[in-house]
Design a protein around this ligand. Structure first.
Ligand code: PGA
Length: 255
């Protein structure tokens, strides 16, 4: 059995006060949930405050990116050591917005995954095709390159400490969600690929989240699919009531 994991990616939203209020509300609304791992990934400036606000709760904090060195002359970057120090347990790696706007490649994703694992952070590794790639029937090819490139030289022991997030780029922030069948098809493909790379015993334990316009209205159907183990939520994670509903509904899905 894979424990579902719901993570909120706050992207570049929320100032200190708003973020703190949201964290306090989530803590109050979600304290009873035990069968879902819950994570919030705010901007760097909120990490310490949120780690404090959520201390000893069932909600973990994560970063949205990192640089792979521990320290050095890398202006503007944040290291895994610093994320740990700020109270993070997770970190999102290779989000499509980073691939699209900030030059992230499979190689940098690979370096970042290794760095996060070295410091005991759980990487949430994002993969996914854009609209043109889907329309030209290249979805599986793109997923294969993201997975094989991103996970190069990651051991079986380490892969068990990661979470994969399938996020079709055309569904992110567009209101266009992949159908549960489309999500399941790619999740199954991804798991089969992981099986070839690491054997079934390992691949069957890896959690694969879906991301892209997840909301309270579609979480139940998505989560009902056999290979969908949770969600990476953007827009709907910015409000206490929608994120709460998503987590609660995910906790009610029995497979
Ligand atoms: P969205 O974003 O839920 O707003 O589509 C998801 C993501 O980018 O992780």
């Amino acid at each position: 059995m894979r424990k579902p994991i719901i993570a909120g990616n706050w992207k570049m939203y929320k100032t200190l006060k708003d973020g703190q209020e949201l964290a306090v509300a989530l803590r109050r609304e979600l304290y009873k949930i035990e069968n879902v791992d819950i994570v919030v990934c705010p901007p760097y400036t909120l990490l310490v405050t949120l780690a404090d606000a959520l201390e000893a709760s069932n909600i973990a904090v994560g970063g949205q990116d990192l640089y792979w060195q521990d320290e050095g002359a890398f202006t503007g970057e944040v290291s895994p050591l610093m994320l740990k120090d700020a109270g993070c347990r997770y970190v999102i790696i290779g989000h499509s917005e980073r691939r699209q706007f900030f030059g992230e490649t499979n190689e940098t994703v690979n370096n970042k995954i290794k760095a996060s694992l070295k410091h005991g952070l759980t990487p949430i590794i994002c993969v996914g095709e854009n609209r043109q790639e889907r329309e030209s029937s290249n979805t599986f090819k793109v997923i294969e390159s993201h997975i094989k490139g991103g996970l190069a030289d990651i051991s079986a022991e380490d892969i068990l400490k990661t979470v994969i997030a399938y996020e079709p780029v055309w569904a992110i922030g567009t209101g266009l969600t992949a159908t549960p069948e489309q999500a399941q098809e790619v999740h199954k493909f991804t798991r089969d690929l992981l099986k070839k790379m690491y054997q079934e015993e390992i691949s069957s334990q890896i959690r694969i989240q879906y991301g892209g316009s997840v909301k309270p209205e579609n979480i139940t159907e998505l989560m009902s699919k056999p290979d969908v183990d949770g969600a990476l939520v953007g827009g709907a994670s910015l409000k206490a009531d929608t994120f709460t509903q998503i987590v609660v509904k995910a906790s009610e899905v029995i497979k």
